[in-house]
Design a protein around this ligand. Structure first.
Ligand code: TEU
Ligand code: CA
Length: 555
């Protein structure tokens, strides 16, 4: 297996709007990020993945870009960006940019031209179709954020395709000019010295030519089979690799909804010349009652099956990205752990152990290292996210499900859970802003905050710091082979990692009860390199406390 810096790296995701506000307007910004680089350096991360910071009307918080080569006014200026990049590099931290090129904003100049007329030079930059004879949309496809995936345009009396909101028209990748524009823009950023790209919904850039109705689920048809992992996606990525990526020492990660392990070997194969790694979603999408919305906990047996399949099938062939949460997911500790006060700390550490000891590059979503929790939403006005607001309208107001049944599902899974401000200290607004924050601060900031946790050696923060340091000291964590034990246990996630003579035993209890565990013979007497409980693991039998996790190292 090829050794590379990005396989050994720990990545920290910043959602700039909610990270740190430097000027009191209630919105996080680039100067805010620069001011916290020492904190990130102390934590020990290697790479920052920066969610979009480009000019945007913010229909979807920056994932709707109106200018790829300038900075969103609210976040600062290009000088602020250059300064942040320089300061990060001085600390040995790399910066990976979010590349959102499945779609642009409808306020991007390409789209404003495109919609002017059928003859416009930019017309073919987007996907336009005639409506049906009765004037209805070209097909029944639903958009990810609700409603039809087609929006009628009065001016030219045609429909354009948008897989997300109607302010996010999909680019037409069939058009070589579109591809060249994207490659030129990427080159411009690479020449500026950035260190890579996280590519938004990159598995969706190629659509089938025929666009038949999709299978109906709720009000609309599912466009998935025609838009996800489409016919030319690998051609486009190979072209991108040849024209841009291969020229720089950068890291690339594709956000690839709908990816399977087989497809991942193509997208992120060791020698397929596309991307370095992909985000897969099987382990965070194996629940859902009403579409993605649910209030049920996932089954540990299923979770283990999915994660282990990715570990085993990609081994030696492609590279995994490891994550529990991001800006689109609820908080890890609330979803997979237990955020009740007596278990929050210990279950957050358990989840971190479970993830960081697997093979792949771990991603820490801002605040995860503090064990930040979901937000106690009480009314619709508390939400900011377009997906949550539209979902409520479609499912509840649309009469598909009652408010009583839907509300807990919305509260538990809303993307806004991840988007509340990072809790820096116990002063007003958690030290995030001296103004009024754009979204509510979680009221638990008095107990859960960076100031308290950096001062407490037993905190979740210091536990993450230790896990990151262990990765640097033990190649077996990066390159070792994975094997699942006790696959049928509903309480324990246990696996080993092996590299030459070295072996790790990773034991994580997902239970709030005590569980007995027998240490496999070959590990009896091995040293413990990390544990979230005060325990020695000397004998053969271990009485695991709720959410206990530990790692034994056999040399
Ligand atoms: O998300 C892509 C994606 O697949 C989402 O639909 C995801 O499944 C959903 O947010 C989960 O609820 C990316 C970005 O990460 C997201 O923030 C953007 O809104 C979206 O693309 C459109 O750019
Ligand atoms: Ca600000």
């Amino acid at each position: 297996m090829m050794k590379t810096w990005w396989k050994e790296a720990v990545i920290y995701q910043i959602y700039p709007r909610s990270f740190m506000d430097s000027n009191g307007d209630g919105i996080g910004d680039l100067k805010g990020i620069t001011s916290k680089l020492d904190y990130l350096k102390y934590l020990g991360i290697d790479v920052i993945w920066l969610s979009p910071v480009y000019q945007s009307p913010n229909d979807d918080n920056g994932y709707d870009i109106s200018d790829y080569q300038s900075i969103m006014d609210e976040f600062g200026t290009m000088e602020d960006f250059n300064e942040m990049l320089k300061e990060a590099h001085e600390r040995g931290i790399r910066i990976v940019m979010d590349l959102v090129v499945n779609h642009t904003s409808d306020e991007h100049k390409w789209f404003m031209e495109s919609r002017k007329s059928k003859e416009n030079a930019y017309r073919d930059y987007y996907i336009w179709r005639e409506g049906k004879e009765d004037g209805m949309p070209p097909n029944n496809w639903g958009a990810c954020f609700g409603g039809s995936a087609w929006e009628y345009d009065e001016e030219s009396e045609m429909y354009y395709l948008h897989m997300f909101s109607k302010k996010q028209p999909d680019l037409n990748w069939e058009n070589p000019k579109v591809r060249q524009e994207v490659f030129d823009m990427m080159t411009w950023w690479c020449d500026k010295g950035i260190d890579g790209f996280r590519m938004d919904v990159i598995s969706m850039i190629s659509k089938t030519k025929e666009m038949p109705d999709g299978e109906v689920n709720g009000l609309y048809g599912n466009p998935g089979p025609y838009c996800v992992n489409g016919p030319k996606v690998h051609d486009y990525l190979q072209e991108m690799n040849e024209k841009v990526l291969s020229k720089y020492d950068i890291m690339t990660v594709g956000e690839t909804p709908g990816v399977t392990t087989d497809l991942a070997k193509q997208y992120a194969g060791e020698d397929t010349h596309e991307l370095n790694m992909v985000f897969q979603f099987e382990h965070v999408e194996n629940d859902g009652k009403y579409g993605k919305w649910t209030d049920e906990k996932v089954s540990l047996v299923n979770l283990k099956k999915i994660m282990s399949r990715w570990q085993v099938e990609l081994y030696g062939k492609a590279w995994n990205s490891l994550f529990w949460d991001n800006h689109d997911q609820p908080r890890a500790v609330s979803r997979f752990g237990d955020d009740r006060p007596q278990y929050r700390d210990v279950s957050a550490k358990m989840l971190a152990t479970c993830l960081h000891m697997m093979q792949g590059s771990p991603y820490i979503y801002q605040g995860e290292e503090l064990g930040m929790t979901n937000y106690p939403f009480r009314k619709m006005e508390d939400f900011r996210d377009i997906e949550s607001i539209h979902a409520y309208e479609e499912w509840c107001k649309g009469g598909l499900v009652s408010h009583e049944l839907f509300w807990p599902c919305l509260v538990g899974k809303s993307r806004d859970n991840a988007r509340t401000p990072v809790q820096w200290d116990d002063t007003e607004n958690a030290g995030f802003t001296i103004g009024t924050p754009w979204i509510g601060v979680n009221p638990n900031y008095k107990e859960i905050n960076a100031k308290a946790e950096t001062a407490d050696m037993g905190s979740v923060f210091h536990y993450y710091k230790k896990l990151i340091a262990l990765r640097k000291q033990n190649p077996v964590i990066v390159y070792g082979k994975y094997e699942l034990l006790l696959e049928d246990s509903e309480d324990l996630f246990v696996y080993t990692r092996a590299l030459d003579e070295e072996k790790l035993l990773v034991v994580c209890s997902f239970s709030d009860k005590e569980v007995t565990f027998r240490i496999p013979d070959e590990f009896i007497g091995s040293g413990c390199i990390i544990s979230n409980r005060e325990n020695t693991y000397e004998g053969e039998m271990v009485e695991l406390k709720p959410y206990e996790a530990f790692v034994l190292h056999k040399k």
